[in-house]
Write a new protein. Sequence first.
Length: 489
Amino acid sequence: MINRFKCLVGLATFGMVMGTVSSASACTTVLVGKKASSDGSTMIARNEDVDTAWAKHYVFHAANSNGPTQYVSKDNHFTVDLPADQQRYTSTPDWQQEDGQDQFGEDGINGSNVAMSATESGTTNKKAQKADPFVKNGLEEQSMLDVVLPYVHSAREGVQRLGHIIETKGSAENNGVIFSDKSSIWYMEIVSGHHWAAVRVPNNKYAVIPNQTMIGNVNTKKGNYMASKNLVSFVKKHDLNGYVDGHQVNLAKAFGTNNKEDATYNRPRVWDGQRILTPSKKQSIDQKHFTMFMKPDKKISVAKVQKVLGSHFTGTKYDSNGKWAGGYRPINVPTNVESHILQIRNNVPSDIAGIQWLAMASPATSVYVPFYTNVTNTPANYQKGTDKPDNDSAYWTYKMTRVLTDPYKNKLINKDVLPVQKKVQKHLDQNLTKSDKQAESLPSDQVADYLTQCNQENADYAQKQFQKLNQKLTVDATRQTKIVQDKNL
């Protein structure tokens, strides 16, 4: 069993520093419907939080037809039969693997341009857990992407396959999972050992989701909801909160929590994301309830999603990179290990529609590199890195930017990092526009090789720019140390 502690390592330290109660979960999710986005694409995004030094890789899995296969998790011995045909897909597993088996694949896009992000860790209240306990050898986050994403052809089918596994094999944890395709986004919450529900995100709205059960009313007779078999009767039988009638329950009331820890650890992140995307709606950071799906004031771009994922209450009195106040857990934290935006575009041909925007380490001090997913491999520098610093891997280049700026917070970020971020991101965006046009002119059998080359070139360019930035930060950080010392003499 690997020693990852699934999004937990470092959070106890965070709790002591920030004055909050440490939580058994982490990560933050952003969902954007196609009519809420600036270019008509669907976007699902998430910060993955694990540890302050824990490299992630970016890998490609080729399509194959090897016949029936049984998956057995080396972590908790979860077992499931797999379909014969596996589509190509991408993922961002942990650096630490066991006998070649991916661990915590987390996010990717498959050959049908279906995107999946797994998971947004959550909590289930004690009464619901007692009624349907989690299963020790049930499906965990660490196995989820690999047993679902290669085998589904739509977002809805993703929910159905995962739901069937949970009902028949059981779940080991409370998790929120996102699926998207060019037309729709589905957000699914696994809330007990065998029960789950999912809601289709309204096309004209977005959501910011913390580590808390967020789905409210579930109407099993309507097509924009899906749920486990007998969910409603289960809630009624066990006298859980949230029962409405014979086909409706409030999932958050029945299975979730809304306590003092949620008030400091979860709800403030919803407030922060919604203030960025819908600033016209004035809300309080300490209010007890937030609407899950919101209309943005302006159509949401990839850059706007990046801004949300990099926020630490930026520009507010709660800014955790300045004079911190309030005890609230921000979206951007030192334990970010990667941040992804999975974009399925509707304004380009299908073979270049899937873009996996990937920022290694902290999104606040990194850059989102746009990676095509119709490829033959991933960049070599994204297949390297461990829990020990190195000079080659993408993860450790971007991690060092965070490390060098941390003692001085906003000072060096504003002075050194933001100008480089802006320059690099602009260059990458321009490259994407150019390579889109070039790819559209190529014969279909040449597209994947070309996109693979584009990904490597973009990865190399961005990393080289941040390596230069880190050299400058080293000098500026030591000068800043001297300034502080001189003031104290």
